[in-house]
Design a protein around this ligand. Sequence first.
Ligand SMILES: CC(C)(COP(=O)(O)OP(=O)(O)OC[C@H]1O[C@@H](n2cnc3c(N)ncnc32)[C@H](O)[C@@H]1OP(=O)(O)O)[C@@H](O)C(=O)NCCC(=O)NCCS
Length: 401
Amino acid sequence: MTVSPQIRPLTPDDDLEDELELRRRAFGPIDPGSRPEWLASLRGSVAAGRILGAFADGELVGTAKYHDMRQWWHGSQLPMAGVAGVKVAPEARGTRVGSRLMSTLLADIADRGYLVSVLFPSTSPIYRSLGWEYGGAHHEVELPVRSLGSLAPADQLGQQAASLPPVRRAGPQDAAAVISVLDLVYRASRSCGPTVREPETVARWLADPENFAYLAGDGGFVSYGWHGRHNLWLHSHAAIDREHAVALWRVVSSHASMADKLTAVLGPDDPVSWLVREPDVTVRQHAAWMLRVVDARAAVAARGYPSAVELAVRLELTDPQQPANAGSWLLSVSGGKGALEAAPAASSAPLRLGIRGFSAAFCGVPLSTLRTAGLVAGGGPADDEAVECAFAGTAYMLDYF
Ligand SMILES: CC(C)(COP(=O)(O)OP(=O)(O)OC[C@H]1O[C@@H](n2cnc3c(N)ncnc32)[C@H](O)[C@@H]1OP(=O)(O)O)[C@@H](O)C(=O)NCCC(=O)NCCS
């Protein structure tokens, strides 16, 4: 059966308790302590017009929202819509309410100029049918707190001995400074995938009394809290160089007399594995995320590329939901910049991708993987290599929504 719900943004006149009730039925009980925070976040989404509701006979039967985020791709940031809270009332599931909600949300995301969109799926078919594909992961890293107390010495490579930067507590008034550190580190490290939220959200996190946040000079930030009585949970550690990293790990390691284990949200190649003396760090994938390139031309132009790479490759793209992405293109990279320019149909068979394959390739997924998965056809090994060189990187995210 197909139901034709009315889909529209929720407004302050809608009863937000209906949304929370839908959330409870879809995702489980809401802890009474965190209810005010859910309501505050919901009001923010409503005020920004970033939450859609599906109504059947005037009753709310589904919602989906997105966060306003920026995502770093090889040294450049792109406006990214982080989709979350997609849900349909149990009695209305399987009647395409979810699909209609998501296709309206995608159109809205495109209208507002987001170049890419990311979500953490609990089921894939609905998102795949609209162009999202697996692109990267969210990792958790575990190590004994004590291992951070005495780090491996740096090699003597002719560098000047540098003193550690001053470290100070950070609070909600430091949101802009924290964002500036994250941007500095993600740009300099040419990271692929990590995100930064808008200042209000960062200020809300910094105001949480359960989080201990510190800034090291203007090039380091750490945020952590207790995780049970004997362990710590680290939400963020970003440092521009060894001195900033060490200064902040010292703060965390000062808990070693009371805290045994540190569970940290860090990238899979975080320097901590190279800083500790012993093989004490376990990195495990916690969740996979899917990305959709919303505006292929603008996303290719906005992201960064290795400056040593020079290439051009013909592509044929299909995208039923965003037809402006479809067509015959020349992808070129030169001097750290990329372009996707319309090209006349080729006589030789160019690389053919749907938007899902293109989105995964954009995240650095190898073309051989995508060919075997049935997401790429045509072209040849040289084309595959060119696309892989352009988008090389291990995409990861530290935020989870
Ligand atoms: C997932 C959910 C939002 C989908 O909404 P829906 O209205 O039931 O989905 P639709 O009827 O539009 O179906 C869309 C496609 O997804 C598939 N699908 C829907 N729910 C699915 C599920 N739980 N597992 C696997 N596939 C599912 C459908 O079979 C359909 O595939 P098809 O196009 O190949 O036929 C809804 O089932 C739900 O609220 N589930 C519980 C909460 C949840 O898991 N939310 C997702 C968080 S990421």
